[in-house]
Design a protein around this ligand. Sequence first.
Ligand code: BGC
Length: 743
Amino acid sequence: MTSEPDLTDLSPEQRAALGSGADFWTTKAIGPVISVTMTDGPHGVRRQAGATDHLGLAASLPATCFPPAVGLAQSWDAQLVRRVGAALGREARALDVDVLLGPGVNIKRDPRGGRNFEYYSEDPLLTGLLGAAWVTGVQGTGVGASLKHFAANNAEHDRMRSSSDVDPRPLREIYLRAFAHIVRTARPWTVMCSYNRINGVPAAQNRWLLTDVLRGEWGFDGAVISDWGAVADRPAAVTAGLDLEMPGGTGISDARVVAEMASGTLDPADVDRAARNVATLAARVAAGREQDETRYTADEHHRLAREVAARCVVLLRNHRGLLPLAPGRSVAVIGEFAVEPRYQGGGSSHVTPTRLDVPLDEIRALAGAGTVSYSPGFTTNRTDTDHDALRADAVAAARDADVAILFLGSAAAQESEGFDREHLELPGEQLELLDAVVRAQPDTVVVLAHGGVVRLAPVAALAPAILDGGLLGQAGGGALADVLFGVVNPSGRLAETVPMRLQDTPAYLNFPGEHSHVRYGEGLYVGYRWYDSRDMDVCYPFGHGLSYTTFDYSDLTLEADEAGITVRVGITNTGSRAGREVVQVYTTLPGSPVARPARELKGVAVTAELEPGAREEVSLLLPRDDLACWDTRVDRWVVEGGAYQVWAGASSRDLRATASIDVAGDELRIPITAESTLGEALADPKAAAALAEVFGGMSASMGDATALGVDMMRMIASIPLDRLTGFGVDPERLDALLAAADD
Ligand code: BGC
């Protein structure tokens, strides 16, 4: 049990001082409150030794570089992510770090988003499950998490000013949903507010966001900290619910807080609340340090990083069963990334790995007696290169071997925090190389490395086999070799759709906005919600990923109760290799009067590794809360009643079993007012009864009227009640109706 420091002896100046950092990474020790050390980041501990540069981007001490979120999410496996979280926590503790600045759980609204490699998915349910597992894993070791970037921070362009202009339903159902799930189920010690504005109000000064929603609705009991440099007006931020401004050390905003308390424009109670929340964080940290979770070796964590990375590899295509490769065949490895792997993105999450697997070496280690040649084929980091000569060498090597493995991807300099990408294209010379290599060697496997989605239509048209690693961290080289040679049967799944082209993407016309405003015009239709609702062709759908074996789905059953819908489905390994299936459950409510995507992910289960012929009955609960939509008429979540369609499948486009089930709706009565329509009044039992009484059978007679050759009731149903007076209805009778309906 954490005991909170007693702050009664602190002066107003000291209370104000607790609300900003001591320097770039630490908070102040004042009175009974100890100093807390924080650092990035989500896929490795970026602990800087000694003094930091003013942006905190200088080199850091070695730490295991696990797969960044873009790779990790492809595991779809919360248990695995939890193990990564625990390992990160142990490393943080060993490096004297108290709070790790992650996870980043913003939704990948547009594939150009510059920090997409730090985020999990285009889907809030998957993001929430994985983010909660990360927080639980880290905090289980006594190290705090910082859930970021709260909220609607979905692009880098103009990120410190830009307003994300989002309607209430997408804001709640897409952009806040993962945050809500993680706050409620994993209870992070801190939440980091983002740089941007939300509907015009800076996140750091957004009382609705930081207080009404985060604390009021979700019950957050930790400290709200700012993203580094996100606070423009500290007194306004403290009033809104910010507890800790980071970084700190100048004392300027502390003085402003003290001055505004003295002048009466800042309520001292808000400053006290902030100081208390920082003190509670410090108390949690003190208790966490006692746990002393530091037992691990760099070797163990490297092995874990390899196991995890292998689970994140997605087999996009495997024509003619080209993969896995049998050891003993001669292999031509081509592509600069085979020797200089791309394994993480740029910016504040960049870590110094403890070691780095080189894919070429790892392929050599598993290739058995087969010879392995290497040719770069292209380069991303030199301009003075003769591309034709590089290509000619690679083509010759491919021709001489039994199989070619071609490493392609986006250059490191294209993908970083701080700016968005301008396109989704692989470099032209890489595509030319692919074309030439495949002509020389039909058995060519493409291995992809990238932080953001790349357009794959040209690759899919040429390469018989494609492995997609996203970014896999320091052990990605070994993990890729494991999958290439079948040591691991791939079970990774895409956490974002690969569209046919940039112009097809949902936010194409609304990204990155103009004059510091981004209109989220696609509303709820983000990622597969857009492509599937519009039935558009995609290159690879959300959730896609092949295996070296096959799975059969059978005996889908559904049961509904107050907790939600329980889904059971039998998964049988019908192929000849052991493997894991990622079961995805999607739902919709056909005929719903509100806008609904064709289907939405509502549950995920990963089977155990099933031997050939083995069957597992997967059982999972779709929590009732997850079926709810945000009802803008009453500003709350409402589960609509009706027959829900439920699918279990292997991607949003590979639905293997379906059934429907009746779910009782939440009670919801929208008050009947003068602005309600006749149709709404007739649909409301009380108002309908009053209508019948006051107007004496009008509804029945109008329903029957066919004199104009139309369904009269349908024609007049949209007339607001108060307009009826214009058609001769006595205002007094209308008042009587409204009074009776309101009774
Ligand atoms: C980033 C955060 C990061 C912080 C500290 C900011 O620029 O947006 O994600 O945690 O810096 O490095």
